[in-house]
Design a protein around this ligand. Structure first.
Ligand code: TRH
Length: 359
């Protein structure tokens, strides 16, 4: 096993509680976090409820110190291996603030069995400014005395940052001088057919997931097979412009240093559009006003917040703004790579922890 490296040299046994609500992002983030911790030399047990999703993201075991356990029915704490007799040093629950949405309550079993283990609830990534005040605040469950601490991933120095320690900078190359290779990973409501219809002959569109609705447009795109998560960065880097969604692909597109258009996960109360704007305001700082206004319209249109009829006109300005967008994306990439790294922040936090149960 590789000796642990990073902010702590102590070998830790870490449990990641992975409860999937939908799609790929919950499992995708948990897996990325777990793989990174295991690669740093820690023993990681990921308890999950989504074997089919994980088989897609992680078809072959890559890290010997990462153990995936399907915890949908009864499960046992491992009886062999480094973690067998010991209590975990840390329990991480990504998206734990939404855990009422999942039926499997393996977290309760863990709380009962390991009441003193530091427990970190990692929330959704956000660009909202309030998260800076709430990052690393704790709350105690009155009936059990169990303490949870809230960890907020984000884009500024006062947040928990993003996972970027696993980004292979050696893979990086600049985007092409023209926007020729376009990658699309989108939710079904994105105006994909418009994009394809109005792309130029030189623009090759690669689509992962749902094919265009109009069968006549299917010959115009190349369908991309799902690749394991460990190959996803390399896939993004083969393209110039990246359409991404959710949380993890959105982060990887930013790390790729490519112009990107984010389709945010939609919520019924429309709050997602405010969150989209919060991120865009941060991300677009420094862009010339005309580029910024045009780019924001395009983002809104892709997210269904503008009439799709304006797409062709907006798209026709792509080449004019392309050089500025490329430079800007690379500055943003550097901003992120120089900012807090989520896994390091988690490890630094756990070193400062006393047992969580007050009783
Ligand atoms: O799948 P997503 O839309 O995930 C979500 C979920 O809706 C979730 O409930 C919500 O919490 C979250 O978004 C914000 O998109 P995301 O986050 O980009 O996850 C996709 C994962 O799939 C990511 O880890 C990258 C990975 N992936 C591959 O590994 N290979 C591929 O070929 C592709 C297309 C994606």
């Amino acid at each position: 096993m590789i000796p642990p490296t990073g902010p702590t040299m102590r070998h830790l046994t870490i449990v990641v509680v992975c409860k999937v609500i939908d799609n790929l992002g919950d499992a995708g983030f948990c897996l990325r976090l777990s793989r990174r911790l295991a690669t740093l030399g820690h023993s990681v047990v990921m308890l999950h409820d989504a074997p089919a999703t994980l088989a897609l993201l992680y078809p072959t075991a890559e890290c010997s110190s990462l153990l995936l356990i399907d915890a949908r029915s009864s499960w046992q704490w491992p009886t062999n291996g480094a973690e067998s007799n010991s209590e975990p040093d840390l329990i991480l629950e990504p998206f734990g603030t939404s855990s009422h949405q999942t039926q499997t309550r393996f977290d309760n079993t863990l709380k009962t069995r390991f009441p003193k283990t530091p427990w970190l609830l990692i929330d959704y990534l956000s660009a909202e400014s309030w998260i800076e005040d709430f990052h690393l605040r704790s709350s105690v469950e009155p009936s059990t005395g169990h303490r949870s601490t809230y960890f907020y991933p984000g884009f500024t120095a006062q947040t928990g940052g993003i996972v970027h320690g696993d980004f292979a900078q050696s893979l990086w190359s600049p985007p092409a001088v023209r926007c020729h290779r376009i990658f699309v990973f989108a939710y079904p409501h994105a105006p994909l057919d418009r994009l394809i219809n109005h792309a130029t002959q030189e623009q090759a569109i690669v689509v992962s997931g749902r094919a265009p609705q109009d069968p006549a447009l299917r010959t115009r795109v190349q369908m991309q097979e799902f690749v394991p998560q460990s190959a996803f960065d390399a896939l993004l880097l083969k393209h110039d412009l990246l359409f991404v969604r959710g949380e993890d692909s959105f982060v990887r597109a930013q790390l790729a240093g490519r112009p990107m258009i984010w389709q945010i996960y939609p919520t019924d109360d429309q709050v997602h559009l405010e969150k989209l704007a919060e991120f865009f305001n941060l991300y677009a700082k420094g862009l010339p006003q005309t580029t910024r206004d045009w780019w924001w319209q395009l983002w809104r249109c892709w997210n269904g917040a503008e009439p799709v009829d304006i797409w062709p006109l907006l798209w026709s300005h792509m080449e004019e703004h392309w050089p500025v967008l490329c430079t800007h994306s690379q500055h943003w990439q550097q901003h992120l790579l120089n900012g807090p790294e989520l896994v390091k922040e988690v490890l630094t936090w756990v070193e400062s922890q006393a047992p969580t149960n007050q009783q």
